[in-house]
Structures are given as structure tokens and as C-alpha cells.
Design a protein around this ligand. Structure first.
Ligand SMILES: [Fe+2]
Length: 262
């Protein structure tokens, strides 16, 4: 059975700094310890973007810190980026090979009868998600190659409306993404981070999931105008299990506590 872990929204900062008062470096360390302890049998780990807190503002040091931390994982790690990241800064530390032929941090992982596809939905200058036309073509081609297998997609931005405030920074033009997904008959999950809370939905017949990630969690008022409180936790990663008959997503809260952050 395929087993992989998805971590998202690490929001790493430079040494000695915090983000929203949280030591995100220590939180990721705790996450990695939990993965190594509880899920050492996973085939791989995926990081779904917002690796750095201020990557989009030019910070490079968090990527160096990230590289050191993920070296502690006992399994391979596959990475894409989010709206708080900078593609060039990421590549300057992790290497040019991280770019797919699209030029973006897209990736295909074939394992245990599944195809897992990572998509880079970051666009410089905005917190909204964007998939370039070249990426939609690339995705369609990668899906066609895997017509005989179940597929799981991981990207940073949510594509399905969640009817909360975070829809202001949803994936743009998600209809093009949806149309590409519809060319494949067996999309088992589309997993995103970005929103800092857990959700699952079936959108036009395709299952969409978000996980809370490693940074702060949030309250989820179902009013896009309502104030959202940031919470200490839970910090969470997703554990995906897949065989022929089922694809299952578990949520492992590796840091608990939901105190409101001032
Ligand atoms: Fe994000």
C-alpha cells in the first residue's frame, strides 16, 4: 500500500526570529520527529509550499534551514512552493533540477501503482494561486500517461471555493485546472495547504482536501467578512494511504492546543 505524508505551510524564518510569535523552525523539527517516529514506513514526504515565511520578500536563509531540517527525514522528500516562497531563492538552495520542463517546481512521483503530481501554484507579486497555461498542458500530458493508474495531486492553493475569507486568495481560473483533471478518470485526491485549516469536499465529482500545516491554525467563521483568529494549533500533517480500492487521508496533529494568538 502506498503511504505518504504531506506537510504544508512551514513558514520558516531566519535564526532567532519568529512568525506570528511562533518558532516555526522548532515546530517543523517537532513535525519531522513525529513523522520519523510514527510514520517511518511512509514511502516519501511531500512539502506543499509556504516553506519560508518571507521568501516572497527576498529571504533566502529559511531555505538553507529547511534543507538542513528535511535532511533529518528518514524518507525521501518532494517539495513544491507557495505564495510566501520565491522560486529563484528556493532553487538557489535546492538546485536547478527542482524545476520541471515547465520552469516551475512541478514534479511527478510514481509509486506503488499510483502517480502523485506536485504543482507549483505560486505567482510572484500575489498571494492568489496561478497555474500557467504551460503547466495545465504539462499536467494534462502527465495525466494521459497515467490513464491506467489512480492519481493524487498536491499543490499549495485550494481550488474549490471554501466559502470563507481565504477564498480571496484561491487558485485563479480553477475551471482550467478542473477541466485538466477531468481528462483523467481516477483522480483520488487533490490536496492543498495554504488555508491553515482542515477541509474536505467533492467538487464536480473530484475530492479536494486541505490540511492545517505547521504554522498557526485558524478559526473558520463561515462568513467571508468575519474576523479570523489565529490559533497556536493544532499543527498538522496529512497521511495518505492508497491501494487499488481506496485512497484515504488521515490527519495527524503533532502539536495540539488552540489558544488564540494575540
Ligand atoms: Fe499560502
Amino acid at each position: 500500500m502506498l503511504k505518504f505524508v504531506v506537510l504544508s505551510d512551514l513558514h520558516l524564518v531566519d535564526e532567532g526570529e519568529t512568525s506570528q510569535g511562533l518558532d516555526t523552525h522548532a515546530r517543523l523539527q517537532r513535525g519531522i520527529e513525529a513523522i520519523n517516529t510514527r510514520h517511518a514506513d511512509a514511502d516519501f514526504c511531500v512539502l506543499a509550499g509556504d516553506l519560508a515565511d518571507l521568501g516572497h520578500q527576498g529571504a533566502v536563509a529559511p531555505y538553507t534551514r529547511l534543507k538542513e531540517l528535511v535532511a533529518g527525514l528518514t524518507m525521501p522528500c518532494h517539495i513544491t512552493i507557495g505564495n510566501h516562497d520565491n522560486r529563484d531563492a528556493y532553487v538557489s538552495i535546492f538546485g536547478e533540477d527542482e524545476r520541471a520542463e515547465t520552469g516551475f517546481i512541478d514534479k511527478v512521483i510514481d509509486a506503488k501503482g499510483y502517480r502523485v503530481i506536485l504543482l507549483d501554484s505560486a505567482e510572484h507579486g500575489t498571494h492568489e494561486g496561478v497555474l500557467d497555461a504551460a503547466q495545465i498542458d504539462w499536467l494534462t500530458a502527465r495525466l494521459a500517461e497515467a490513464a491506467d493508474r489512480p492519481v493524487v495531486i498536491v499543490l499549495h492553493h485550494h481550488a474549490n471555493p471554501l466559502h470563507t475569507r481565504v477564498d480571496r486568495i484561491i487558485l485563479r481560473d480553477a475551471d482550467r485546472f478542473l477541466a485538466a483533471l477531468k481528462t483523467h478518470g481516477d483522480i483520488r485526491q487533490v490536496i492543498a495547504g495554504h488555508v491553515h485549516y482542515t477541509s474536505c469536499g467533492l467538487w464536480y465529482g473530484i475530492p479536494f482536501t486541505t490540511l492545517a500545516g505547521g504554522h498557526y491554525n485558524v478559526t473558520v467563521p463561515l462568513d467571508p467578512e468575519a474576523k479570523v483568529d489565529r490559533l497556536f494549533g493544532p499543527a498538522q500533517f496529512a497521511v495518505v494511504l492508497g491501494d487499488e480500492g481506496q485512497t484515504l487521508v488521515h490527519f495527524d496533529n503533532y502539536l495540539d492546543g488552540n489558544a488564540v494568538l494575540s
